[in-house]
Design a protein around this ligand. Structure first.
Ligand code: HEC
Ligand code: HEC
Length: 363
């Protein structure tokens, strides 16, 4: 995929517009934001994307917007184990934050959407999310609203009759490319040369994270920036016991059925068994069974509960899980082994994870 890095000065304008203070360019500790060539950023597109992201009219019963599950004041998550869409219907997966999602090379826990643009269409027609039968009502809603007509014209230079679902998705994606955050105590310590920015416990925790815990193998920290991701998929065993007994039947059934993208999206969020197949549903490669994408750890202290199924409530629980070597299963990732951390090392590690919270989400 061809991507360009958009200019520093443009970035400033965008962030002033969306209200993120960005005195010195990118927030400390973040790499440049990748922007696809066919969806260049412009200020009107971002305003439009933000409006669409928050618009409940784009759902079957007018009660759900993207922000219902990605709430800006909850670090763009919903605090639930698994998300609730229209009519209180629940899905199978925990809502990941949208903050810094732009750095993933694929979206969703299994990476089934290759871009933010592709991802943005999924929830609209998912029966347990926005619940629309097709994209037609979205286009009707925006065409019949003067504000939207003006914004689509300014953002894309198009007339109302030319608006398609791809424009809607592009605008939402452009907005999401501005939802980034860094400048945490860790960033100030690591990249800002402020040795007092993290507590002594967090500094010791960083050492555990790097060395004894081997967390950096997947949650990476770079020379000049850190995303805490590797853009890969791993099996830690979370939720795998839900499918272990019937694995071969599930694999056969899935490999032999045909699904459109929309059907696949609906199945994954409505069937726990299919959800647990993980990356396999995208590649149909049995070695991908139960593998999920490495999530960012930025702002992790304010985005509980954890893991793709939201099955862990606290960072202490997550650390204990890793300490035990994950959940044993035939597909367990080679990098997941018992760590033998002391009580002190476990609590230092948690302190370090808490130092990854950006100032705008700290309260
Ligand atoms: C009913 C709750 C709900 C609604 C509404 C919703 N999402 Fe999500 N979102 C989720 C869940 C759950 C996932 C994870 C699903 C998966 O991995 O299969 C997710 C995943 C994502 C991701 C991928 C992040 C990552 O780390 O991979 C992005 C980006 C995103 N949503 C944006 C949106 C946008 C844009 C909308 C509106 C068009 C939206 N969401 C509507 C619950 C919701
Ligand atoms: C082999 C790669 C790998 C290693 C090593 C690893 N992780 Fe993870 N981490 C993942 C993956 C993959 C997930 C998501 C798993 C899932 O949901 O099934 C995850 C999830 C998490 C989560 C939950 C985040 C959220 O938003 O739900 C936390 C916290 C976390 N890891 C911390 C750590 C810590 C601390 C260590 C070191 C002790 C560590 N990880 C080592 C790959 C790894």
């Amino acid at each position: 995929m061809k991507r360009i890095i958009f200019l520093f000065s443009n970035l400033m304008v965008f962030f002033v517009l969306v209200g993120v203070s960005l005195a010195a360019g990118l927030p400390l500790g973040l790499p440049e934001v990748p922007v696809p060539k066919d969806n260049p950023m412009n200020a009107d597109k971002i305003v439009l994307g933000k409006k669409l992201f928050n618009d409940k009219r784009l759902s079957a019963d007018g009660t759900v917007s993207c922000a219902t599950c990605h709430q800006p004041d909850m670090a763009f998550t919903d605090g639930l184990r698994v998300s609730k869409g229209i009519k209180g219907l629940t899905g199978t997966r925990n809502a990941p934050t949208v903050v810094n999602a732009v750095y993933y090379s694929a979206q969703f826990w299994d990476g089934r959407a290759e871009s933010l643009e592709e991802q943005a269409k999924g929830p609209l027609t998912n029966p347990v999310e926005h619940g629309l039968k097709s994209f037609a009502p979205v286009i009707e809603t925006v065409k019949s609203d003067k504000d939207y007509r003006d914004l689509f014209h300014k953002a894309f230079g198009i007339k109302p009759d030319q608006i398609t679902i791809d424009h809607v998705a592009q605008a939402i994606a452009a907005f999401e490319r501005t939802v980034i955050s860094g400048d945490s105590p860790f960033d100030r310590y690591q990249y800002g040369n402020d040795k007092n920015a993290m507590s002594q416990a967090a500094i010791r925790g960083l050492e555990v994270f790097r060395v004894k815990g081997r967390c950096v193998d997947c949650h990476t920290i770079g020379q000049t920036s850190a995303t805490f991701i590797d853009n890969k998929y791993h099996n830690l065993g979370v939720g795998f016991s839900r499918i272990e007994d019937k694995l071969m039947d599930l694999v056969d059934a899935y490999q032999n059925s045909k699904h459109s993208e929309q059907e696949q999206d609906a199945e994954i969020l409505s069937s726990e068994s299919i959800s647990e197949l993980g990356r396999f549903t995208v590649t149909l490669d049995p070695s991908d069974l139960g593998r999920f994408k490495t999530p960012t750890l930025r702002n992790v202290s304010v985005t509980a509960p954890y893991m793709h199924d939201g099955s862990m409530d606290s960072l202490e629980e997550v650390v204990e899980f890793y300490n035990q070597g994950g959940e044993d299963n035939p597909m367990l990732d080679g990098g997941i082994r018992p760590l033998r951390l002391t009580e002190q090392e476990k609590s230092d590690l948690v302190e370090f994870l808490k130092a990854l919270t950006s100032p705008e989400f700290a309260n």
